[in-house]
Design a protein around this ligand. Structure first.
Ligand code: FPP
Ligand code: MG
Length: 299
């Protein structure tokens, strides 16, 4: 996609504006992701100088949040490549995150006020979401409500804001697109949680079956826990480095109780609700395609 190249080059220009060699060096070290937020903005708002700038701002905020998240999660890989905290150190990852994030905000101040408000407000939610995520790893969470609130804030809020801001830019119905973006984000996180269990580490670009070890009771685990008659075995494996046998037991139970299957169904239902919201829009076919591709993705 040519437009995505334009987004990457805009990010580079924004970082060049900072007049700092080290920042440019660090930017080169970031692995490019799926650029889901940019694809969404470009599909909703079309390609223009303004939409490319909006994409760059959102991608820089997203990249900054991951630079911080990898320190918080002590992750040494990101998108199949060594993370900045692994290549350099935690301090560098945090400081470069701060540079990307504040430069994105500087650019936001030059944009339409409503767009600036929508995106910046989402960053507060994102930060609260990260805190909730960390807090939820303190003990075995069995609340769907807490899980949903956390994934909305941590993941869906910025995708919702991207869709809404793009709709504002294009003069479209903001609320419809916000709902679409919100549900795309919720389903995205649920699929991420499912792939952690179904895929191997080579496909994921990070260790597999790590969520539960890290104390994250994601949607398939919530369903599994609810459905197991004897919950003690699963509870004992919580936050433990899993042996081959233990990983296999979890996977078997996931399939026997249909916890995995039903998690996929839940993500699909959320996706369908989003599709309903935009079905009469001119670009509905592409939005349906984005949702389907996201749900059927393998990493
Ligand atoms: C990845 O989650 C993390 C996020 C989507 C959000 C992180 C947000 C912050 C650190 C708030 C700070 C924000 C800024 C802009 C500086 P994950 O750990 O579940 O996913 P992963 O497996 O990809 O790491
Ligand atoms: Mg992480």
């Amino acid at each position: 996609m040519e437009e995505l190249e334009a987004v990457k080059s805009k990010i580079k220009t924004f970082v060049e504006d900072c007049n700092d060699e080290k920042s440019l060096e660090l930017l080169e070290k970031l692995a490019t992701g799926k650029m889901l937020r940019s694809k969404l903005i470009l599909k909703i708002a079309g390609e223009s100088i303004e939409s490319i700038k909006l994409c760059a701002v959102v991608e820089m905020i997203h990249a900054a949040s991951l630079l911080h998240d990898d320190v918080i999660d002590e992750a040494d890989t990101r998108r199949g490549k060594p993370s900045v905290n692994a290549l350099y150190d935690n301090k560098t990852s945090i400081m470069f995150g701060d540079i990307l994030y504040s430069k994105a905000f500087t650019q936001l101040t030059l944009m339409d006020k409503k767009i600036a408000y929508t995106v910046s407000n989402a960053v507060t939610l994102l930060s609260i979401g990260e805190m909730l995520d960390v807090d939820l790893t303190n003990s075995f969470n069995t609340s769907y409500e807490k899980y949903n609130d956390m994934i909305y804030k941590k993941t869906a809020s910025l995708i919702e804001a991207a869709a809404k801001a793009a709709a504002i830019l294009a003069g479209l119905d903001e609320e419809k697109y916000a709902l679409y973006g919100r549900n795309l984000g919720l389903a995205f996180q649920m699929i991420d949680d499912i792939l952690d269990i179904t895929q191997d580490s080579a496909t994921l670009g990070k260790p597999a079956m790590l969520d539960f070890v890290e104390g994250k009771v994601t949607i398939p685990y919530l369903l599994l826990h609810e459905r197991l008659e004897d919950k003690s075995k699963l509870e004992k494996l919580y936050k433990k480095d899993l042996s081959q046998e233990e990983s296999s037991w979890i996977k078997e139970q996931m399939s026997e109780t249909k916890a995995l299957e039903d998690s996929i169904k839940m993500a699909k239902d959320i996706g369908n609700e989003a599709i309903q919201a935009v079905k009469d829009e001119e670009n509905s076919q592409t939005l349906i395609f984005i949702m389907k591709a996201m749900i059927e993705r393998e990493f």
